[in-house]
Write a protein that binds this ligand. Structure first.
Ligand SMILES: NC(=O)c1ccc[n+]([C@@H]2O[C@H](COP(=O)([O-])OP(=O)(O)OC[C@H]3O[C@@H](n4cnc5c(N)ncnc54)[C@H](OP(=O)(O)O)[C@@H]3O)[C@@H](O)[C@H]2O)c1
Length: 291
């Protein structure tokens, strides 16, 4: 199998955009990026025709319903995009015998663990977004066991909406902020995940059998409060930060307290080493402040 032409959904999302930035460094691949207008995942029955139009050698699905709190009330739409469309893409790629890479989340886990989650740890989502992503994973793997699922966590980028950009904006506008300090996870720079995904394509082209569930996140673990404190120091901001508990910051969707992903499998299978989140954050903030 040789992958040359890759269809990428979610062109305007954090990961889709970072893949487009990284793509120029890998000219041996031809990437075709489609946004919601060109390929709408809320209409799974239209996907096959669109895929046939582009005739790709592989599909990377970065598009998703990612509004974690809103998913609690927009259940049908979230389920269609995160589960039904994913299984449909799994079906199409199986029929065409081409690789399918899709992304999932640390929120498929309960958050009750005390050591990092392995790819085969039992799914036990605590919110509806996590439920839709867990269903998408299970259904896609049942339909097409060659599906490649990369779970990631706490994604940030210089593009799109994320914690880093929100914090930088709020810290400039306000004198003080309360930040949740009792949830632990691994932040992920979408740029690093995009490059790892392209390495995954190269690994498939080198003949290695890659399938099933992988975890990718930057190394090191932190809390939202510590993450915010690092953003503040790296960006040279002066806002007062106070750590609060999840109980003091109620949201529609419950969050897992501990969602640290174990990434050893992807590091071994792709032969990559993953940068620390603080290094990645520095790069992202440099980009945000210099552009
Ligand atoms: N963000 C995180 O913290 C996080 C954490 C864990 C896992 N993940 C997973 O990582 C992957 C990439 O996430 P991300 O951070 O890049 O997400 P993102 O920035 O929210 O981007 C998601 C993209 O999906 C698109 N989209 C939404 N509904 C669509 C539809 N009906 N049809 C086609 N496209 C649609 C959005 O389009 P518009 O631009 O038009 O809105 C957006 O471009 C997703 O699978 C996500 O679940 C993300």
């Amino acid at each position: 199998m040789s992958i040359h032409k890759i269809l990428v959904t979610g062109a305007n999302g954090q990961l889709g955009w970072e893949l487009a930035q990284a793509a120029v460094l890998f000219p041996k691949f031809e990437f075709v990026f489609v946004d919601r207008n060109a390929m709408d995942l809320s209409k799974p029955n239209e996907l096959k025709g669109i895929v046939e139009l582009f005739a790709p050698d592989a599909i990377i699905n970065t598009a998703a319903y990612t509004a974690v709190d809103k998913a609690e009330s927009e259940r049908e739409l979230a389920h269609t995009i995160n589960a039904e469309a994913v299984v449909e893409l799994a079906r199409i790629t199986k029929q065409k015998n081409i690789p399918f890479i899709t992304y999932s989340t640390d929120y498929v886990f309960s958050g009750n663990a005390t050591s990092p989650y392995l790819p085969d740890t039992k799914r036990e989502p605590v919110n509806f977004y996590g439920t839709t992503k867990a269903q998408g994973e299970q259904m896609a793997l049942a339909e097409n066991p060659n599906t490649i699922i990369i779970r990631t966590s706490w994604v940030f980028s210089s593009h799109g909406n994320n914690f880093v950009k929100t914090m930088m904006r709020l810290m400039k506008d306000r004198d003080s902020l309360n930040i949740v300090g009792d949830q632990k996870g691994r932040p992920t720079y979408a740029k690093d995940l995009a490059i790892a995904t392209i390495h995954l394509l190269e690994t498939i082209n080198a003949g290695k059998d890659i399938k099933g569930i992988y975890h990718y996140a930057n190394t090191g673990e932190t809390t939202w409060y510590e993450f915010a404190a690092k953003i503040k120091s790296l960006a040279g901001l002066t806002c007062d930060l106070t750590a609060i508990t999840s109980d003091q910051f109620p949201t529609s969707a419950k969050r897992p307290f501990y969602s640290v992903l174990d990434t050893q499998k992807i590091e071994q299978d792709l032969g990559i080493s993953i940068p620390h989140w603080e290094t990645a954050l520095q790069q992202c903030i440099d980009k945000l402040t210099n552009d």
